[in-house]
Design a protein around this ligand. Structure first.
Ligand code: PMP
Length: 362
């Protein structure tokens, strides 16, 4: 039997474990921040029709630059953030925002370069950074998981990274960043500044998106995804908005035809049904605020959340609580600072099961 250690693997990958939340077959999967509501019957039919339409052309490569899809995404962003003034040439798409992040690091990171993030945050940022040969620098968020401009600027001024990641709302804490922090980092950073807005659609009304800062700031990149609020995690469609010059840079590293014709057709159909898909956001926000209040009522510490998940603690032995929930069919995520757990916001039934299981597990 050949073992991985027998192969001439890159030295920096030796001993690493593959990333990934457990994919278990459980009644209540509340561990990967998906939208719990599946597409309606009408949308399922529309998606099927869209795939039928492209099926007869699959002998050909897809549109390499996904022009029509990018125009649709720009129109969606313009509606989400009025005044952003986005057009297709300022939007780029890939297979999930993870691939977007990978392309950014391939273009702007690499050997001899650094990327900095403020932890606790999304754990794929350091992993994709390392795999791209870029050195990761871990700076810390504030005690309450926020990020004061002065602390952020001090870290950026000290390390002068080539790429800075700011996640807002942040995963796994749910914390949104004020625009002042983002502007301060943009002013201080010598390189690219990536605002990961995977959960932006769940933010409280009145919290502005970093999209509003794009004009005149060619080093700013705002990333989004259809995996979360848009309820299309299985489609694998992430995107970004930035200056067209940034997209010129990404064209140098993207694989030709990276977005399949099926992906493009499905994503465009989902965007055309955006009203229906995003119609669940308000209910999920209410459910989120309800679970935050309930957890606090149980005497637990809970981070304020602008996303579709909630970080709560403190558990000296969080593994025991996580296992207690799993035994009752509820899968949540053991992630973030050592004494905390994260639960994704599900349907009212799913959250009722979570509440019962947690009470029994404590
Ligand atoms: N950014 C953040 C902050 C995330 O939490 C996630 C998914 N967990 C992603 C990016 C990647 O999502 P996707 O590749 O599905 O777009």
């Amino acid at each position: 039997m050949t073992d991985l250690s027998d192969l001439p693997l890159r030295d920096d990958l030796r001993g690493k474990e593959p990333y990934g939340a457990p994919q278990l077959d459980v009644p209540y999967a509340l561990n990967t921040n998906e939208n719990p509501y599946p597409p309606s019957e009408a949308l399922v039919k529309a998606l099927g029709d869209a795939v039928m339409d492209v099926a007869g052309t699959l002998n050909r490569y897809p549109d390499r630059d996904a022009v029509a899809l990018r125009a649709d995404l720009a129109a969606f962003l313009d509606a989400d953030t009025p005044g952003a003034g986005l057009t297709g040439d300022r939007v780029w798409a890939a297979n999930g925002s993870n691939e977007i992040i990978q392309q950014i690091l391939q273009a702007f990171g690499g050997p001899g370069r650094t990327a900095l993030g403020f932890e606790p945050s999304y754990s794929m940022h350091p992993i994709i950074t390392a795999v791209s040969g870029t050195r990761w620098i871990n700076a810390a968020r504030d005690e309450d998981f926020g990020l004061e401009p002065a602390r952020a600027v001090a870290a950026v001024a000290e390390h002068r990274p080539d790429v800075v990641f700011l996640t807002s709302p942040n995963n796994p804490t749910g914390t949104s960043l004020p625009l002042e922090t983002i502007e301060a980092v943009l002013d201080a950073a010598p390189g690219m500044v990536v605002i990961d807005e995977a959960y932006a659609e769940f933010r409280r009304s009145g919290t502005p998106s970093a999209l509003t800062l794009l004009d005149g700031r060619p080093r700013l990149i705002v990333t989004r995804t259809m995996s979360k609020a848009f309820a299309m995690a299985g489609t694998r469609l992430g995107y970004l908005a930035a200056d067209p010059a940034v997209i010129d840079a990404l064209l140098l590293v993207r694989l030709p035809y990276h977005l399949s014709a099926v992906t493009q057709a499905v994503a465009r159909t989902a965007l055309a049904h955006g009203g229906e898909l995003l119609g669940t956001v308000e209910a999920l926000r209410r459910e989120r605020d309800g679970i935050v209040a309930w957890l606090r009522g149980e005497g637990l510490t809970v981070a304020d959340s602008d996303a579709n998940f909630v970080l709560f603690g403190h558990f000296p032995d969080r593994r025991r609580v996580w296992e207690g929930l799993l035994e009752r069919g509820v899968l949540i995520r053991e992630v973030g600072p050592p004494e905390w757990l994260r639960v994704s916001v599900g349907t009212p039934d799913e959250m009722a099961a979570f509440r019962t299981a947690l009470k029994e597990s404590l």
